[in-house]
Each structure stands twice: as structure tokens, then as C-alpha cells.
Ligand binder design. Structure first.
Ligand code: HEM
Length: 415
């Protein structure tokens, strides 16, 4: 699972010459450091948040570990003690990112009907409507902050539509996400954070219980919630708590990543006018543009796993129990895998980047995310052909989430 904002990253200083994750210079410009790590210390033994760990940054190593089920997301059985026994603990117990096989495999199989090509295809028309409505709101605005005015708004509307919640609930639905996210992090929780997490988990449980109760029996099975409800009702099925947790998990997993990716894609295209011209000439390149953005500027820089058995990487044996931090963004720029990796190139044939991870926890929302990019990018640039960046944007100085804090654009005339 991702390292979370609440986790602390004070490193052991032995390899600080290459990698100091608290150094603002590194956090502003990470890729040269990732390159050095891949070349000089592909298996970096260090400490993050006071916990010894090993950081992997080469594509082959990160990919291999993600696909190896002996690399676990839980270091021990059961729910961590600091989560107590209340709603936050119940949320953790049913959350995909916190589960290992066989429970993880069972749950993934049960939610699979919610993410078939059919359910994703059924979203195309309402996604297009939402995008068009959002772009119509921008017309005539002139200067906008794309992050605040578009990237933060559209994924909230998409999440609400996906989960059958009214738009007017978006603020309330998103407000509790950070408190519950802390449950998925590695660090312990203060008593206040635990109370907030319990409140958040209770809020979502009640909210989605209502949604499911109101809609049961009314939704087609090619609807994501409809498919989950059907899975709940089938023999040996998901069970109510798991359905409600899955809906909460979808909200948490889809909103932030989509918001970050939208801003990253628009920024990358505006910074590379030749590539933008290629997209304009051939809107069919939109999914390539989306995937190339995710490779070039991955929304999640690091995940972690714990080894259940000893494994060897780049000639170094790692003992069972080793806490391994996986550099997704670093792996996506590995020259051993991608030719000329620092080039943003829509024509790149190799689209097997690791921004959606790989293996058992591979993002089930990837096809939906690709559809969002495919619909949004050509429409945005057709509507605002003269859009320009007016200020160099700043990034969040966070090890895992390096998103753009704002993206000021002059939209020019609307077509
Ligand atoms: C650009 C957008 C997105 C990115 C970059 C992204 C990335 C990821 C990554 C890296 C993971 C693996 C986490 C881990 O192994 O701990 C993941 C898991 C997940 N994602 Fe996404 N995601 C995106 C959009 C979405 C969307 C739109 C949805 C749902 C509608 C979604 C639902 C999920 C779920 C439920 C999981 C947990 C899967 C599991 O642990 O088995 N994601 N995502």
C-alpha cells in the first residue's frame, strides 16, 4: 500500500548523500536522484520514519516484487492494535490494500464484476456529460487554477455519480477521507487520530448502508454499485460490511489519484507542444497520453511490502521480514526498461508502466481511469486551443504524493 501523508520520513543519514527524503531540493526535483539510486544503490538500505527498510528503484526489481505474493501488505496477522476494535478496525479488516492472499484473492474475485469492460463501457456516456458540463463552466473564465477549478472538482463529481451520491454530498464525502486514510498508513495513530478514524469509518458505513438500502434491486448489473450489491447477495458473497468498505475504498482510491493525474496530464501536454499538437491531430492518442503521463509523472511515488521469505535483488539477499519500499515513479523512468525515459512521448509503444502497480493489488480502477483520460484530454484541448501555463507550478513536498499544488492557466478563447 502507499506510504501515507501522516507517516514520517526522517531517514537514517548513512546514504543521505544520495537520498534524503526530507530535503526540499530532492522533493522539488526527484528524478535525478532516482536515477542515481537506480545506478548506484538499487537496493538501498535505510530508515524511513524510524523503521529500517530497503528501497528498490529499478523497474525489474519493483515489478518482480509487486508480482510476488510472498511480499505481503501485512507484517503480522490481524488488525494492528493501535486501530482498536471499533469501526476503523472493521474498515481495515475488509480493505483490499490491507489484505493478503487468500482473503485478498477472495475479495478481489467478488468485486471483479464491478470492473468488467461492460461496466466501464456503461460509464462512457455519463462521464462525457460530466466532462462537457465541467468544461462549459470554464468557458469565459480566462485565468483559472486548473487544480482547484477542474482537477479537484471533476473527480468528486465522477465519484459521486459512480457511487450514486448527490453532487451536493461531495464535500461531506471527501471531508472524512484523510482521517480514514490514516488507518491505511504505516505509523501508529494518536488517540485523537483514532477517534477521528472511527468517526470517519462510522460515517461512511452509515452513508453507504443508506445508498445500498435505497438502491437495492433498482440497479442494472452493468452498474458498479449494482454489481457489488449483487455480489453481496450471492451465496458465499461479499457480505454487507465488505460492500460498504468496498464503496468507501473506491471513493478513497479514485478521487485523489484522478485529481493528481488530470493536472499532471494537462501540465505535461502544455509543456510539450509537439506532443500536444500530435494529440490534437489525432485524438485517438488520448489513452497513450494518459498512460504516458502516468509513466512520466506517477501520482503515487512509493508503495511498500514486507517479505515473507528471503529474496535476492541486484545480488543482495534480503531477509524474511524486510520492509521494502517500492519506487514506482523511479521504476517508470528506468532506462533499463524504457528507452530515453525522461522524454514525454505519446508514440511510446511500451505502456507497461507501474503507476497502477502490478500483480495482486494492480489497480482495478485502471480501465475507468484510462476512459476518463480518453474522454477528458481531447475535449479540454479542443475547447481551449490556446490554453497556456502562466506560472511555474509548485509541487507538494511529500515523499509519496508529489502532486502539483496548483496549475495556473490562461485558457484563452473557448472554441
Ligand atoms: C490515475 C488514477 C489512478 C492511479 C494512479 C491508481 C493507482 C493505484 C495503485 C498504485 C494501486 C495499488 C496500491 C497498493 O498496491 O497498495 C491502486 C489500487 C487500487 N485502486 Fe487505483 N489508481 C487510480 C485510479 C483508481 C480508480 C478510478 C479507482 C476506482 C474507481 C481505483 C480503485 C483502486 C482500488 C479499489 C485499489 C485497491 C486494489 C487492491 O489492493 O487489491 N483506482 N491504485
Amino acid at each position: 500500500m502507499p506510504l501515507h501523508r501522516g507517516d514520517s520520513y526522517a531517514p537514517k543519514m548513512t546514504r543521505a548523500a544520495i537520498f534524503d527524503p526530507t530535503d526540499p531540493a530532492f522533493l522539488r526535483d526527484r528524478y535525478p536522484v532516482y536515477r542515481r539510486l537506480r545506478d548506484e544503490a538499487p537496493v538501498l538500505r535505510t530508515e524511513l520514519g524510524g523503521r529500517p527498510c530497503v528501497i528498490l528503484t529499478r523497474y525489474a526489481d519493483v515489478d518482480r516484487l509487486l508480482r510476488d505474493e510472498r511480499a505481503r501488505v501485512r507484517s503480522d496477522e490481524g488488525v494492528p492494535e493501535h486501530l482498536g476494535t471499533g469501526p476503523a478496525a472493521a474498515f481495515y479488516r475488509n480493505s483490499l490494500p490491507c489484505l493478503d492472499p487468500p482473503e485478498h484473492t477472495r475479495l478481489r474475485k467478488l468485486i471483479a464484476p464491478a470492473f468488467t469492460p461492460r461496466t466501464v463501457h456503461a460509464m462512457r456516456s455519463w462521464l462525457t456529460e460530466l466532462v462537457d458540463a465541467q468544461l462549459a463552466e470554464l468557458a469565459g473564465r480566462g485565468e483559472v487554477d486548473f487544480v482547484a477549478d477542474v482537477a479537484a472538482v471533476l473527480p468528486a463529481r465522477i465519484a459521486c455519480r459512480l457511487l450514486h451520491a448527490p453532487d451536493s454530498d461531495a464535500g461531506e464525502l471527501l471531508r472524512h477521507v484523510p482521517a480514514l486514510n490514516a488507518v491505511l498508513g504505516q505509523g501508529g495513530l494518536t488517540p485523537e487520530a483514532r477517534t477521528a478514524a472511527d468517526e470517519a469509518a462510522r460515517f461512511y458505513f452509515d452513508y453507504f448502508t443508506d445508498v445500498v438500502g435505497t438502491l437495492r434491486g433498482t440497479l442494472p448489473e452493468d452498474d458498479l454499485v449494482g454489481a457489488l450489491v449483487a455480489a453481496a447477495d450471492s451465496d458465499g458473497g461479499l457480505g454487507h460490511a465488505a460492500v460498504v468498505t468496498a464503496l468507501t475504498g473506491l471513493l478513497m482510491a479514485s478521487y485523489h489519484t484522478t485529481r493528481v493525474a488530470l493536472a499532471a496530464a494537462v501540465f505535461a501536454l502544455l509543456e510539450h507542444p509537439g506532443q500536444l499538437a500530435a494529440l490534437r491531430a489525432d485524438p485517438g492518442l488520448a489513452t497513450n497520453a494518459w498512460d504516458e503521463t502516468l509513466r512520466y509523472d506517477a501520482p503515487i511515488h512509493f508503495l511498500w511490502r514486507d517479505l515473507a521469505i528471503p529474496l535476492t535483488f541486484a545480488g543482495e539477499r534480503l531477509e524474511a521480514g524486510t520492509h521494502v519500499v517500492l519506487g514506482l515513479a523511479a521504476a517508470n523512468r528506468d532506462e533499463r526498461r524504457f528507452a530515453d525515459p525522461d522524454r514525454f512521448d505519446l508514440a511510446r509503444a511500451d505502456r507497461r508502466h507501474l503507476a497502477f502497480a502490478a500483480g495482486a493489488h494492480y489497480c482495478p480502477g485502471a480501465p475507468l481511469s484510462r476512459l476518463e483520460g480518453e474522454i477528458f484530454l481531447p475535449r479540454f484541448f479542443a475547447r481551449f486551443p490556446d490554453a497556456q501555463v502562466t506560472r511555474q507550478p509548485e509541487r507538494q513536498l511529500d515523499l509519496t504524493f508529489a502532486e502539483l499544488r496548483s496549475l495556473h492557466l490562461d485558457l484563452g478563447r473557448a472554441a
